[in-house]
Design a binder for this molecule. Sequence first.
Ligand SMILES: [Zn+2]
Ligand SMILES: [Zn+2]
Length: 366
Amino acid sequence: MSSSLPSTMQAQILAAFNQPYQLTTLPLPTPTDYDLLIEVGAASYCHTDLVYASGAMGDTLPLIPCHEFAGTIVSAGPLAFSAVPALSLGTRVGVPGRSYRPCTTCWECRNNDGDPEGYSVACPKGGNLGITMNGGFSQYALVDARQVARLPDELTEIEAAPLMCAGLTIFAALLKCGLNKGGKVGIIGCGGGLGHLGLQFGFQMGLEVVGVDASDEALKLARSLETKAKIFDARTTKAEVLLTEIGEGADKKTKGESGLDAVLILPENQRGFDYGMKLLRNHGKCVVLSFPTSGFQVSASDLVFRDIQVIGSLVGKNRVLKQMLAFAAEKNVRAVTRTYPLRDLNDLVEEYQTGKGGKLVIDMTL
Ligand SMILES: [Zn+2]
Ligand SMILES: [Zn+2]
């Protein structure tokens, strides 16, 4: 390890569930094998961090949370740069949560659909940064060279961090809709962290985007973006009325002939799910991205008589991550961010819970 590096670092740790994070001094970790040591520049807060802190997801404690961050490589294990020749000391990288040291031999690792040989983000034995092992709310973080993506020059670390989970998740979900240019997609929960990125990605992909949300702040944020998405307030506009307003209305006989080709479901409630299902034309796709503990109730007649497909989506492959970063850089897709210093992570969490939308990011330079 380079002698210019400090021997300790500041990190926010979750020591117990349902307790505030604690700013702590820890020894600097040493990279081995495929590891990189990253000096974190920016680390973004995700809804999953909130769920994890409530004790509903995992049992790793104490834990440095955060699975979407960006930084600069300052040190590396002996296998890292030979495995990923595009990286070297000083390279700026974006870091997603999945997957640290995958097993290389399981079904996922052998059937990874275009990711490097033996590397899968879905390996059940791979570590998940910020969930099963330490993540990015820390001055330095240990990551796997095979899980990161080089940042395009156009993206700052603050811009890149929120793309590493929220951006990748919504981008991959839009690809899963399988739509051509002009295809119609609805984003239910369009003013939140994922949603407001989805409006931009969808618009830039050439899709006709309809956004729906149900809070004043989220709607304001969605409407402030430079997209041609049509934004609706679910509290005052019924699904049937929305369809009429976008020229997809129908009478009883033609119902199902018109509507959206796909919807993305982001809210954690049945109301949002039902609203999205009503917007779909027959044979449409409902892509579920949220996971309320009580689940969703699906109408069998929507599946049988309307041939609606309900599918789920979770983050995305490493090759999609690289594709997403290049797309965001080129098309100027950026999260609306508000930044905090590392020491004020608990204030950030408080603001998150007010539901103003956009993404909250720790800026390590503050
Ligand atoms: Zn996340
Ligand atoms: Zn594996």
